[in-house]
Design a protein around this ligand. Structure first.
Ligand code: ADP
Ligand code: MG
Length: 699
């Protein structure tokens, strides 16, 4: 049977070819289902009609019903008119006012007819007036149907073509009237019953036409729950499937590599958190199932060492290990760090990135295949088909939000069993988001920084206070420290008044003739960048002028000042990452956020949060609230953010939790979801997999 919802929208009354094209190109709506799932973003209560007498100027909106007594036009300069309609419902007179479209209004609306008028009341002289109100004929039918009015998002292009929210509303109404059969239920009665959720049919009709705000809330709750529930069910079912299907390698012993390193090479005692996480990892790799663990730890919390020690366990059990970084610079840095840590231990560690070519590359590939390369450090180049291992046992993915289930799955054909996977991230992902994106991963947290670190002091300065800032910098450098200065742009741009690196560099050279200044940015060749970074590491330069290329991973413990210019232009997580470049040594460090004086409310809030806390988790939560999850770094490009239609991970945290618990109960009872009582769930899961790209990646 063909589902009516699969029908093309063009067969709906009121949708001609032109509207069809607009709906599909602007909003991606092609079928009735797409349209039905295009939910309003807000509602205005129009269930009540007020009398003119009741109007108060603090009402955001008011709706009145009555007739136009007379029109009056006022000249307002050349070719500009103001049109006033005196409007009455018998309890008083209000004025309706228009400054544009005067002719159209005069032609359309008649004295003596009954209208419903809706708008924002303001007081003008001794009367209330409604400027550019919504006005419609008031038939009896209309009056009896007034409820919450939905508002739909439309684009500029749509508005120009007359497809306003009101027009979408009409199309929606037409469609819902045409669908006379009840819409299919997608949640089993044992869930809707227990959680007291309204039916899907009720919810989908009410979400577009709620009579009351209570109906609207019930509809929203039902649809949000459903959306989150199926994401959770899909992830949990998938994870449990994988666990049953694949045996994980068992790393039984801790041998000479791990112990040798621990006793003879560890340069400092591990923090409590590092020890705990290593234990958690050891438990996983001994369990017989594949490890899928997410390691969250703020910048500088020492994740690299945890990674290395985990790899040594793999080596002790005769396996190879690999660690992947998001960029070539970082991969190279990891290689250097790891080789540094290992010192003279006899472990073959190699690099594989896009720039490792020719003979060198072949040697590495051969070494991987014959097992002589024990630790591989690389970029995503590692997951390419051509890279084959003798026995890959553990994969570590660093600084990653771009490594979803699909990418992890790719690793599995690199060895007979899937290797253990540890994903490390410095951008703390709030719990509810982690549950949604990394729902199949276990989570470990390093919630402690190595000892002796002083929290970075963050200070907000305005861009007219540069002199005092320069004095501070001079003092720090005289004390032997180094300074980063980050610019939002490389070169001057006509289009913006942002500070740019090239000009900034010139200025700094004039201000600080006594110091050496280096610069790095994304347009430089990797080798040049590397050389500049190296100079800074060796303290040949005291100030490093940079763009955000230094954001991730760079480690110069002697640098104590991070100046961020046009800080208003950076997102919270980016600011936090940049700040993480300092505070890595024993000295007090500073992060100076320089902004223009007038700031928007959101920007103000971002800067306040930065000055307030160093806690990455609090920052991530705030970021999620301010920006919404779609924007969250990495999640978008990766196609990993589920395209949520109605739920909001930032605001609906409790519902995410509830959906997870409900899904968990089902998977605990029947991991395959094939029991007859779950038939409906199984059917829905299969449907969703067909229509949702992100879901397809998982299955
Ligand atoms: P992350 O990758 O988590 O941002 P790193 O692994 O780069 O952090 O570690 C930051 C710095 O802290 C490095 O210089 C590292 O050598 C150092 N470090 C790591 N663990 C400890 C520890 N237990 N005690 C002291 N310093 C540590
Ligand atoms: Mg790191």
């Amino acid at each position: 049977m063909i589902d009516i919802l699969d029908q093309d929208i063009q067969y709906m009354p009121g949708i001609g070819p032109r509207k069809k094209v607009l709906l599909s190109s602007e909003l991606g709506i092609a079928t009735l289902r797409d349209l039905l799932e295009y939910y309003p973003y807000k509602y205005v209560d129009r269930s009540r009609i007020y009398s003119v007498k009741e109007i108060r100027s603090d009402m955001p909106f008011v709706q009145i019903s009555g007739q136009i007594l007379s029109f009056e036009e006022f000249e307002m300069g050349p070719r500009r008119k103001r049109l006033v309609a005196h409007f009455s419902d018998g309890t008083g007179i209000a004025d309706l006012v228009w400054f544009t479209g005067v002719q159209y209004i005069r032609k359309t609306f008649k004295v003596g007819q009954k209208y419903i008028v809706f708008g924002k009341p303001t007081i003008f002289g001794n009367r209330y007036q409604l400027a550019h109100p919504e006005i419609e004929q008031a038939s009896e039918l209309q009056l009896s149907q007034m409820g919450m009015q939905p508002y739909y998002g439309t684009t500029e292009k749509m508005k120009k073509a007359g497809m306003t929210s009101r027009a979408v509303e009409k199309i929606m109404k037409g469609m819902l009237e045409r669908i006379t059969v009840p819409l299919d239920e997608t949640l089993p009665p044992f869930i809707t019953g227990r959680l007291k959720l309204v039916s899907r049919d009720r919810a989908l009709r009410d979400i577009h036409y709620p009579k009351t705000s209570e109906d609207m809330s019930k509809a929203k709750l039902r649809l949000k729950f459903e959306e989150l529930f199926y994401i959770q069910l899909n992830i949990l079912r998938y994870a449990s499937d994988q666990r049953r299907k694949y045996r994980g390698y068992i790393f039984k012993k801790v041998g000479t590599f791990f112990n040798g390193f621990y006793h003879d090479h560890l340069p400092f005692p591990l923090t409590g958190a590092q020890k705990r996480v290593i234990k958690e990892i050891r438990r996983d790799v001994c369990s017989g199932s594949q490890m899928n663990r997410l390691l969250q730890g703020d910048v500088g919390s020492g994740k690299t060492l945890v990674a290395l020690m985990s790899m040594l366990i793999a080596l002790d059990n005769g396996f190879q290990a690999c660690i992947m970084a998001p960029t070539e610079i970082l991969a190279e840095q990891h290689l250097a760090t790891i080789r540094g840590f290992l010192g003279n231990m006899d472990i073959r560690t190699e690099l594989l990135t896009g720039i490792v070519k020719g003979k060198k590359r072949k040697a590495v590939l051969d070494g991987l295949l014959d097992g002589s390369v024990q630790i591989l450090v690389g970029t995503h180049a590692v997951i390419e088909e051509t890279v084959q291992f003798a026995n890959l046992g553990l994969v570590i993915v660093d600084e990653q939000h771009r490594f979803g289930v699909a990418q992890r799955a790719k690793l599995w054909n690199k060895s007979s069993n899937p290797p253990h996977v540890l994903v490390m991230t410095a951008t703390p992902i709030p719990r509810t988001l982690a549950m949604t994106i990394y729902g199949d991963l276990d989570v470990s947290v390093i919630d402690e920084l190595p000892p002796g670190r002083k929290p970075v002091m963050t200070i907000h300065k305005l861009n007219n206070q540069m002199t005092s800032l320069y004095n501070g910098i001079r003092q720090q450098i005289r004390d032997g420290r180094q300074v980063y200065m980050v610019f939002p742009l490389i070169q001057e741009s006509e289009k913006s008044d942002l500070q740019d690196l090239e000009n900034g560099y010139e200025t700094l050279c004039e201000v600080f003739p006594e110091f050496k200044i280096g610069k790095v940015h994304g347009k430089m060749k990797p080798a040049e960048k590397e050389a500049e970074m190296q100079k800074f590491v060796n303290r040949e330069t005291q100030i490093l002028v940079a763009t955000t290329v230094i954001e991730v991973g760079v480690n110069v413990p002697n640098a104590s000042v991070m100046v961020i210019l046009n800080a208003e232009r950076f997102g919270l997580s980016q600011l936090h990452q940049l700040r993480g470049r300092v505070g890595r040594g024993a000295n007090q460090s500073y992060c100076i956020l320089v902004s223009k004086p007038q700031l928007s409310k959101d920007t103000r809030r971002r800067i306040d949060i930065m000055c307030d806390t160093n806690d990455g988790f609090r920052i991530a939560e705030a970021d999620l609230k301010l920006r919404g999850p779609g924007d969250l770094e990495g999640t978008q490009q990766s196609g990993m953010a589920f395209d949520l239609k109605i739920a909001d991970i930032a605001r609906d945290g409790q519902l995410v939790q509830l959906a997870r618990e409900e899904a968990q109960k089902i998977v605990d009872d029947d991991p395959t979801c094939r029991k007859p009582e779950y038939a409906l769930l199984w059917k829905r899961l299969s449907e969703l997999r067909k229509t949702n790209i992100n879901w397809a990646a998982i299955s």
